[in-house]
Design a protein around this ligand. Structure first.
Ligand code: DQA
Length: 146
């Protein structure tokens, strides 16, 4: 099974970005934990990050035949990018939206995700465990025919 971990804008600055909200783990450290978790389950993992909406769309398209599942943190794009929502719908790869912080307990604009309806589910507010749970959920899904 192949799983793509995709991080959106500003997540490259994890560790120094608002540590009271997102913690002190860097993106490299976060990816290392997720990769180790997948490896234990014999899942082949790739991690990518982009600060650009079109860049994220290109990465989703490029992995549409490789990935059996996608763990996607679209960052602030979650709240307004219909293009990313369409990209997730277009590739038909089971995708779980994740957030480090609890988006239901922050500013009002974060409570809505326009990407989530195109996803199999959303996990938010569990830090690195949001990603690990998403990997487990995807691993439990039946492999789709490509
Ligand atoms: C985030 C939550 C978003 O609202 C925010 O814009 C981010 C990070 C999270 O992981 O908690 O960039 O996706």
């Amino acid at each position: 099974m192949n799983i793509l971990i995709l991080h959106g804008p500003n997540l490259n600055l994890l560790g120094e970005r608002e540590p009271s909200v997102y913690g002190t783990m860097t993106l490299g450290q976060l990816n290392a934990k997720i990769m180790a978790h997948g490896k234990k389950r014999k899942i082949s993992m790739r991690a990518r990050q982009s600060n650009h909406e079109g860049g994220l769309i290109d990465i989703l398209h490029a992995h549409r035949r490789w990935a059996d599942g996608i763990v996607f943190n679209p960052g602030a794009y979650s709240h307004y990018s219909y293009a990313l929502r369409d990209a997730v719908s277009s590739i038909a790869v089971p995708t779980i939206e994740v957030h480090l912080s609890d988006i239901t307990q922050r500013e009002a604009f974060r409570r809505v995700s326009v990407v989530a309806p195109a996803c199999e589910g959303q996990i938010s507010g569990k830090g690195v465990n949001s990603y690990l749970e998403a990997v487990d959920r995807l691993a439990g899904m039946k492999r789709k025919k490509r």
